[in-house]
Design a protein around this ligand. Structure first.
Ligand code: FES
Length: 616
């Protein structure tokens, strides 16, 4: 019998049958799930979570590889499990092959590309005898009028102009004209197609996406760590560094990072940077301002005003970005000091205004931007969630690289943890999604209470330098030093989750909505993609909604940047959206500190009880 399988966070809908194991279903659909043992149930690399629906009973191999508690939570081995009804399943990042992880960030394509730069094939007559007046440019414009009468040229880029005469003669009159609006950017050899670059400039990570503009096809992508990180993990420290004289250094570091990583991408596909005519960059407001060398001091002080809130178009050469000499960088407008064009891009990519509301969109990071759409009206705020969800400020926190614990379940009887580790390596630290899962598992096992306090004497806990800790991996086991969660780590994560939940609740209160009104929650960004939504609900990071109302959409800011690269219409929609988006400045929100204190509790009941105690 055939069943439908809804696969998250990839958004794929597959058909499987009770005769087929899910690993086979994934592989037939081209979904890269790790399967080192070849599907005999001995490597445990193919772990998935069954969110909804019925399946075959656990096999002896699954009982061997997974704890009873994991099985009870719906963790299964894809190679062993068969559907027995329609299913909704979740594939954690550690079970996806690396190509598949990349694809998560590359899914969205614009249906009909309508880029800012057009390429027109021309045949230009070059006179060889005297007596035929008119410049080379005049002849190019004449040929352009004949080929594309809708194009009207009002200006010519100087760098492009310098190349016209030699290129015409090299190509014996056969050339491609690159036109942007009413500007002729220049000529290129006939048959060449222009490339475009979309950049998601995060404070921690930078993502580059290179497109064939004419066909709207992604031809390369690459991510790298923001080279500004050594000058401050968080935005406030980076602003301080800029104010103390480091602004141009920060600008140059990012420009150099983009130039260097672009070189690597271009070498891999054998293309030249002079083929790139357009770039779109989105980022938070501090990243946007530092990139444009705008002043940032006012961003660090109340009322946190951006220097500009209009879209910007700048020649790439004026910023030090090495593309074609005539290329233009387009930057969508920032919304507010702490809500940048990356948020606008995410809202645009999710087409938030078209969804049946009320719905929330969260892009979780060092700053978490939250948008609430109700009746087509969008309110946004920015929550100071800090670096804890990226592993920052935690005793054994780390980014989600090899050896990072990213999934945890704890047996309440023995206090022993079962871990999922990135890259299948020995555990050396915990990444953000791991610590969130740890908190949920510790609370479920009764090792911490709803205020986050570690209960002394519970299995797996001990005092270390006077502080209570829980050992995910005891010292001397898989990792020599052990992997522990301290009371302070728990507080740091509670602060991060409290800041986000307080922002959500403030937006909901402004819109006059209660939890029961919410129809959908969209989680964006790397962290939002890889957290376990059930864990996020169980510790009351998110307001209570049915699990199937939570959607994980990957890098929505990057998707928004890419769609704005490929479509002028989407650019205009985003600009229009920016002008009507209502911004809520949380630092001026009355009662924020009590709302924050209530939001730090680790269960929905405890949050509700604290709110009524604090009379919120
Ligand atoms: S593929 Fe190895 S356990 Fe499933």
């Amino acid at each position: 019998m055939e069943y439908r399988v809804d696969v998250r966070p990839l958004g794929a809908q597959l058909v499987s049958s009770s005769e087929e194991d899910l690993l086979t279903t994934f592989h037939s659909a081209g979904i890269g799930v790790e399967s080192i043992c070849g599907g005999i149930g001995s490597c445990a690399k193919c772990r998935i979570h069954i969110l909804e629906g019925m399946t075959s009973d656990p096999t002896p191999q699954e009982e061997d590889q997974l704890s009873a508690e994991q099985l009870a939570r719906g963790v299964r081995l894809a190679c062993q499990v068969h559907p027995e009804s329609d299913l909704s399943i979740y594939i954690p990042a550690s079970s996806l092959t690396s190509e598949q992880k990349m694809q998560l960030d590359s899914e969205l394509e614009v249906e009909s590309p309508e880029p800012a730069v057009l390429s027109c094939e021309l045949e230009v007559e070059i006179p060889t005898a005297p007596g035929d007046p008119g410049s080379d440019l005049y002849r190019v414009e004449k040929a352009l009028r004949a080929t594309a009468p809708e194009v009207e040229i009002r200006s010519v880029d100087l760098a492009g102009l310098r190349g016209i005469s030699p290129l015409l003669r090299e190509g014996k009159g056969k050339v491609s004209a690159l036109v942007r609006g009413k500007e002729l950017l220049g000529l290129a050899p006939a048959g060449s197609f222009p490339l475009g670059l979309a950049v998601d400039l995060g404070s921690t990570k930078v993502a580059l996406f290179l497109y064939d503009l004419s066909r709207g096809i992604l031809i390369a992508s690459r991510g790298f760590l923001n080279p500004q990180v050594p000058y401050g993990e968080d935005i406030v420290t980076r602003i301080q560094h800029a104010v103390e004289g480091g602004a141009s250094q920060l600008q140059e570091l990012v420009v150099q990072g983009i130039n260097d990583n672009l070189s690597v991408m271009l070498a891999e596909i054998d293309r030249d940077r002079s083929d790139i005519y357009e770039m779109v960059l989105v980022g938070n407001t501090a990243m946007h301002h530092l990139f444009l060398a705008l002043p940032v001091e006012q961003l660090g002080k109340s009322p946190y005003l951006p220097a500009t809130d209009i879209p910007q178009e700048v020649k790439a050469r004026d910023l030090g970005i090495e593309l074609s000499a005539a290329a233009v960088v387009y930057l969508p407008p920032p919304i507010a000091g702490y809500v940048g064009s990356d948020h606008l891009a995410a809202v645009a990519a999710a087409r938030l205004w078209e969804r049946p509301g009320p719905c929330l969109l969260l892009d979780i990071g060092t700053n978490t931007e939250v948008a609430l759409q109700t009746d087509g009206h969008i309110r946004s705020c920015s929550c100071a969630s800090g670096p804890a969800f990226e592993g920052g400020g935690l005793s054994q926190g780390m980014r989600a690289g090899d050896g990072a614990v990213e999934g945890v379940s704890i047996d309440p009887g023995s206090g022993k943890a079962q871990l999922t580790v990135v890259g299948g390596a020995p555990p050396v630290g915990i990444c953000g999604s791991g610590i969130l899962g740890t908190l949920a598992a510790l609370a479920a096992a009764g090792i911490i209470d709803s205020s986050g306090r570690i209960r002394e004497g519970r299995p797996g806990t001990e005092r270390r330098d006077k502080e209570l800790v829980y050992y995910l991996v005891p010292a001397g086991e898989e990792s020599t030093t052990g992997v522990a969660v301290t009371q302070n780590d728990i507080r740091e994560i509670q602060k991060a989750k409290g800041a986000i939940r307080a922002g959500i609740d403030a937006l909901m209160a402004e819109a006059g909505l209660g939890n029961e009104d919410l129809r959908e929650i969209i989680l964006a960004g790397a962290f939002g993609t890889y957290i376990d939504p059930a864990a996020a609900l169980s510790i009351a990071l998110l307001p209570p909604v049915a699990l199937d109302r939570i959607k994980q959409v990957g890098n929505a800011a990057g998707a928004g940047a890419r769609s704005m690269l490929l479509s002028i219409a989407i650019r205009r929609q985003a600009e229009e959206l920016a002008s009507r988006l209502e911004y809520l400045e949380l630092s001026a929100y009355p009662g924020l500190s009590t709302l924050f204190a209530a939001s730090m509790y680790l269960s929905e009941d405890a949050v509700r009880e604290a709110k009524s105690r604090f009379r919120i």
